[in-house]
Design a protein around this ligand. Structure first.
Ligand SMILES: NC(=O)c1ccc[n+]([C@@H]2O[C@H](COP(=O)([O-])OP(=O)(O)OC[C@H]3O[C@@H](n4cnc5c(N)ncnc54)[C@H](O)[C@@H]3O)[C@@H](O)[C@H]2O)c1
Ligand SMILES: CCCCCCO
Ligand SMILES: [Zn+2]
Ligand SMILES: [Zn+2]
Length: 367
């Protein structure tokens, strides 16, 4: 690439401070250093976690920054020591890294990876603890090690999944977060058996991506009704929703998933599970400092409370597998894309997310 080794000036949506509109700026993106990859982002989707950090409630939310973590693009250039990808490869950036060498990756018990977390958690790159983004010399923080609301971004090589170049990037960008999280919460974290009764709190993308049979959907947005077989709106009941569900399901559900980030809903999701075996999985990201609570007896009598990150998928090795499953029509992605806009309309895209009629809005980054 002609730009190899050069600073690239491109458009990016910058979050200058919490809750202030993002502005489209000309941003300088430095060349990738040792162990880094510079990616031309072609399509990015918005996830609620972007909105959470933008709200200022996320202690890892450092400003000014470039948000975005659910995207797809093409490798523009690589730094020294990068062997797994090369310029021209089609890739999905992975906020959940996979180095294969750290204690987490070697444990065989988790998809979490510890290699770059100390740097990505404070918005910089591992090699020099600096940012690759700046505006006229003023640095901008990275976000989740991805920062996909920029036409070009720099990520660690352990945070890039090489995918089938035939895959439509405007669709598989959703395999960077929401869809794998929903699928994996069911397949990997809960290991839901066929025929189980499942309650899903949040009928947004993460919630709906949990393709299960006997689904009881709970949401406060009635526009989400048509997407599930049975629906409950907590606002329409004067009893606690967990009691409503226990009464409806002869003692409680086999599995529940909280995909909102609301700690009182998390309690409802646990307490609507069946005594003896019911398992509740926390997917939602709650504001920092928030705590969950329940009576210990809920667990003593057999209920299980657990959580999931990226659906328990190992990113670099399993995102390509998910892309193949999508290409083979074994998993759905298109159905979750309800809106498509251009980068310049990103604030409108966030309004759509908050209005409720939107599942995923995909932004074309170079139109
Ligand atoms: N653990 C992970 O790896 C992971 C990955 C992706 C997203 N998330 C988190 O999952 C959550 C959902 O993300 P998303 O992008 O699907 O969000 P979304 O905005 O698409 O959907 C959120 C849904 O929750 C509903 N809702 C809000 N308050 C509610 C309440 N009190 N009761 C019932 N329903 C309620 C809204 O109507 C909306 O339908 C967010 O907290 C996000 O940060 C976690
Ligand atoms: C790492 C767990 C939280 C990731 C949220 C992505 O939307
Ligand atoms: Zn996300
Ligand atoms: Zn690792």
């Amino acid at each position: 690439m002609a730009t190899q080794g050069q600073v690239i000036t491109c458009k990016a949506a910058v979050a200058w401070e919490p809750n202030k509109p993002l502005t489209i700026e000309d941003v300088q993106v430095a060349p990738p250093q040792n162990g880094e990859v510079r990616i031309k982002i072609l399509y990015t989707a918005l996830c609620h976690t972007d909105a959470y950090t933008w709200s200022g409630k996320d202690p890892e939310g450092l400003f000014p920054c470039i948000l975005g973590h659910e995207a797809a693009g093409i490798v523009e250039s690589v730094g020294e020591g990068v062997t797994e990808v090369q310029p021209g490869d089609h890739v999905i950036p992975c906020y959940q890294a996979e180095c294969g060498e750290c204690k987490f990756c070697k444990s065989g018990k988790t998809n979490l990876c510890g290699k770059v977390r100390a740097a990505t958690g404070v918005g910089v790159m591992l090699s020099d603890r600096k940012s690759r983004f700046s505006i006229n010399g003023k640095p901008l923080y990275h976000f989740m090690g991805t920062s996909t609301f920029s036409q070009y971004t720099v990520v660690h090589d352990v945070s890039v999944a090489k995918i089938d170049p035939k895959a439509p990037l405007e669709k598989v960008c959703l395999l960077g977060c929401g869809v794998p999280t929903g699928l994996g919460a069911v397949w990997n974290t809960a290991k839901v058996e066929p025929g189980s009764i499942v309650a899903i709190f949040d009928l947004g993308t993460v919630g709906l991506a949990q393709r299960v049979q006997k689904l009881l959907g709970i949401d406060i947005d009635s526009k989400k009704f048509e997407r599930v077989t049975e629906f409950l709106n907590p606002k329409e009941h004067d009893k606690p929703i967990q009691q409503v569900i226990v009464d409806l399901t002869d003692g409680g559900v086999d599995y529940s998933f909280e995909c909102i980030g609301n700690v009182s809903v998390m309690r409802s999701a646990l307490e609507c599970c069946h005594k003896g075996w019911g398992t509740s999985v926390i997917v939602g990201v709650a504001a920092s400092g928030e705590e969950i609570c329940t009576r210990p007896f809920q667990l003593v009598t057999g209920r299980v409370w657990k959580g999931t990150a990226f659906g328990g998928f190992k990113s670099r090795s399993q995102v390509p597998w998910l892309v193949e499953k999508y290409m083979n029509k074994e998993i759905k992605v298109d159905e979750y894309i309800t809106h498509s806009l251009a980068l310049a309309e990103i604030n409108k895209a966030f309004d759509l997310m908050h209005e409720g009629g939107c599942l995923r809005c995909v932004l074309a980054m170079h139109e």
